[in-house]
Design a protein. Structure first.
Length: 440
């Protein structure tokens, strides 16, 4: 007998079928045993009666999270017993046979059968192999999967080629101190802080490229928005007129992604009781200096220098939401001192043709136009006190007709965190890595 997915059981009323999955919960009501069976598609209530003696004895031994193979008759539930809002709420299975195919050897450390587990973050992550089976938590990763799928789909449709770049490098891409050193045979190497150099080189050959890949940052943060290993959604495009072209492309990409998530993950979003993101055709654009003026005028918040902190990002997003009814805003023209050496300078050289994209109060993307002229790039490297010879494999690409180009780097987990309103970015990662956590 072929397996039937639980979500498809309403199509088989009056037929004996086989389902496989986990025991979500077992309830003994007098002589009748009720078992909720869960697979990747849903949950169905199964009923075991004493008449099926061998099956009944097996059912009495079942524990939560046993893996089972169940054969039974699909029956329509009485109207009074139907569960609204559940795909299988109108049916149940009268069990004919149960086979245990994977045992639970000890009591679960936590009850994962309830939608709301109300666990603190450490408990949630320390028992990750179990908590990932909870229905509400699984929804986080369904949303994450849809974000990646729609990102890739849109960019391919728009002429971008997917690439995969090295994650073991001979130099730190972004400079600074936030890199992980590793021993590479008899040499020192670094884990990639971003695919920046390689995607620029690729854009010089293929015009439009994108990558979904792992990014490593050795930053000793203890915040709800930082981790040391995350998934970057990167893109780079050539023959741009200005960094406005890059923002427009990112704008279209985000709109497509958000609409796909709202359509294909509506039930997952509903579990978190949060509104789907508001998407407009054009996201507001505010110069960073103007944003600082708004913060001072509207909130009395002053920031030293030309920069913005997490509270400032939250407040300016709040202001944009009220004024423009948008969940997204571009902050543009960051100071040259705050951007990497490859960033194109503005007409006023103390600023750059760069942006951050904020979503619901947090920066989810950085990007802009890159320097494409070889001599200008070398000069910029020297101005940072760096040696151009250390970047020769990168800069050589700019000797051969490199076109004007730009791109962005998005953080997958921050997007998911904000779509669902999760308190911590760590909840949006299967097995997060931070300063203290290297397991499971």
């Amino acid at each position: 007998m072929e397996r039937i997915l639980i979500s498809d059981t309403p199509k088989f009323i009056g037929q004996i079928i086989k389902v496989v999955g986990w025991v979500n919960v077992r309830r003994d009501h007098g002589k009748i045993i009720f078992i909720d069976i869960r697979d990747r598609s849903g949950i169905i209530q199964s009923v075991v009666i004493p008449d099926e003696k061998e099956t009944y004895e097996t059912a009495k031994m079942l524990k939560s999270e046993h893996s089972v193979e169940v054969e039974g008759l699909v029956k329509e539930r009485p109207m009074s017993a139907k569960k609204e809002g559940m795909e299988t709420g109108g049916v149940e299975m009268e069990v004919k046979n149960i086979k245990i195919i994977g045992k639970t050897y000890e009591e679960l450390p936590i009850d994962i059968s309830k939608e709301e587990m109300n666990l603190n973050l450490d408990t949630l992550l320390n028992h990750r192999v179990i908590t990932l089976r909870n229905d509400k938590i699984k929804s986080i990763f369904k949303v994450s999967s849809e974000v990646v799928r729609s990102y890739e789909e849109f960019l391919r449709k728009d002429g971008f080629l997917e690439i995969k770049t090295p994650k073991i490098l001979n130099a730190a891409t972004e400079g600074g101190a936030n890199f992980f050193k590793i021993k590479y045979f008899d040499r020192e190497a670094f884990l990639a802080q971003s695919p920046q150099f390689y995607k620029q080189i690729a854009a010089g050959s293929f015009e439009r490229v994108f990558e979904v890949g792992t990014v490593f940052r050795a930053e000793p943060h203890f915040t709800s928005r930082h981790v040391n290993e995350f998934t970057g959604l990167d893109a780079e495009m050539s023959f741009i007129g200005s960094f406005e072209d890059v923002m427009r492309e990112l704008e279209k990409t985000m709109a497509y992604m958000m609409k796909s998530v709202a359509k294909n993950c509506s039930k997952d979003i509903e579990k978190y009781e949060i509104e789907a993101p508001k998407i407009k055709n054009v996201f507001p654009r505010i110069k960073l200096t103007q944003a600082l003026e708004i913060l001072k005028k509207e909130y009395g918040k002053e920031i030293e220098g030309i920069d913005i902190d997490p509270e400032g990002e939250r407040l300016i997003s709040e202001w944009v939401k009220k004024k423009y009814k948008s969940d997204f805003v571009f902050l543009t023209h960051y100071p040259t001192s705050l951007r990497p050496f490859y960033t194109m300078r503005s007409a006023d050289p103390q600023f750059t043709e760069s942006f951050d994209l904020l979503f619901r109060g947090i920066e989810i993307a950085s990007g802009g136009q890159r320097i494409h002229d070889y001599e200008q790039l070398v000069k910029s490297i020297k101005s940072r006190g760096l040696n151009p010879e250390d970047f020769k494999d990168y800069t050589d690409n700019f000797k051969y007709g490199m076109p004007p180009h730009g791109g962005w780097g998005l953080g997958l987990e921050r997007i998911v965190q904000k779509i669902l309103g999760l308190p911590s970015i760590k909840e949006a990662i299967l097995f997060p890595r931070d300063v203290k956590r290297l397991t499971p």
